[in-house]
Design a protein around this ligand. Structure first.
Ligand SMILES: Cc1cc2nc3c(=O)[nH]c(=O)nc-3n(C[C@H](O)[C@H](O)[C@H](O)COP(=O)(O)OP(=O)(O)OC[C@H]3O[C@@H](n4cnc5c(N)ncnc54)[C@H](O)[C@@H]3O)c2cc1C
Length: 241
């Protein structure tokens, strides 16, 4: 169902991306939706790259970084609505790099945005992920227990994250950890980890009842050193991101 033009006057750009997404959902997503669902824990890279070729995986990223520049929530909802009409799992997968990019853009420096967000607008974009949830810590994110301990040149991260969307296929991870345990949101700080970082282990994909186009897995952080330039914003600013 589309948003009625009687209620909201869409811009020409919004109508164009809405139509593109509807056509992509009908022509490319719907025919493979069942197979992707039944495959359960396999990342559907083909549809990801097809969507990327049309700019659908990066439409929400700033134009200055090569994205489509459609950064407002309303346009993002229009896109989501159409893609998820094709398949909610695949639709959410296609738009998921916005979830990773947001804290990098909000908290990070221009250099960090170029390092981790600009590649997402490339021809064969990597996937990003965001890790807040822990076993026993969900809605009340301020209660997270993963720690980031300051050491020379950076931080050592220790803890466990769960239910991380795209964990495994993703190259980049925004991980939230506290630098001041016991202070709730005040100590929460955001870091970018890369898949190859030593001390980061990714568990096997979790079997799910739905949203199977997106793999979910746990992250294990065992004395995982990250250099200072991996921190997004200041210490304690993570909750804002
Ligand atoms: C498909 C999927 C993908 C996910 N992807 C990610 C991801 O990429 N990154 C990530 O970090 N996490 C991810 N998550 C985890 C998700 O963010 C958590 O499931 C969510 O935060 C809720 O936490 P919880 O499951 O521990 O439930 P709980 O927080 O334990 O909540 C259980 C129930 O209690 C209700 N509840 C909680 N607190 C209150 C309150 N104070 N008052 C009233 N009701 C309350 C909730 O609404 C819910 O119905 C994903 C989860 C799923 C299922």
């Amino acid at each position: 169902m589309s948003v009625s033009a009687d209620l909201v006057e869409l811009s020409a750009e919004q109508r164009a991306i809405q139509a593109l997404c509807r056509e992509f959902a009908e022509r490319e997503i719907r025919p493979i939706s069942l197979a992707v669902d039944e495959a359960d824990t396999e990342m559907p890279w083909d549809i990801w790259y097809q969507a990327a070729a049309l700019g659908l995986t990066s439409f929400m990223l700033p134009a200055s970084l090569g994205g489509g520049g459609m950064e407002d929530s309303f346009t993002q909802a229009l896109v989501q609505e159409e893609l998820c009409w094709g398949c909610s799992g695949i639709g959410n997968l296609i738009t998921s790099n916005g979830f990773f990019a947001e804290p990098v853009l909000k908290l990070g420096t221009d250099e960090q945005a170029r390092r981790w967000v600009e590649p997402l607008a490339g021809e064969r974009p990597p996937l990003g992920a965001l890790a807040s949830t822990e076993p026993g810590v969900g809605s009340d994110a301020a209660a997270m227990t993963t720690t980031a301990t300051r050491v020379e040149g950076g931080y050592v991260l220790r803890g466990q994250k769960s239910w991380v969307s795209s964990a495994g296929p993703a190259e980049y991870y925004v991980v939230f950890a506290t630098v001041a345990p016991g202070t709730r949101s005040k100590g929460i700080t955001a870091f970018v980890l890369e898949k190859s970082d030593s001390g980061l282990t990714i568990g096997p994909p979790i079997k799910k009842m739905g949203q199977r186009a997106i793999l979910n897995a746990e992250l294990f952080l065992e004395d995982c050193f990250v250099a200072e330039d991996r921190r997004l914003g200041k210490e304690g600013e993570g909750f804002r991101g």
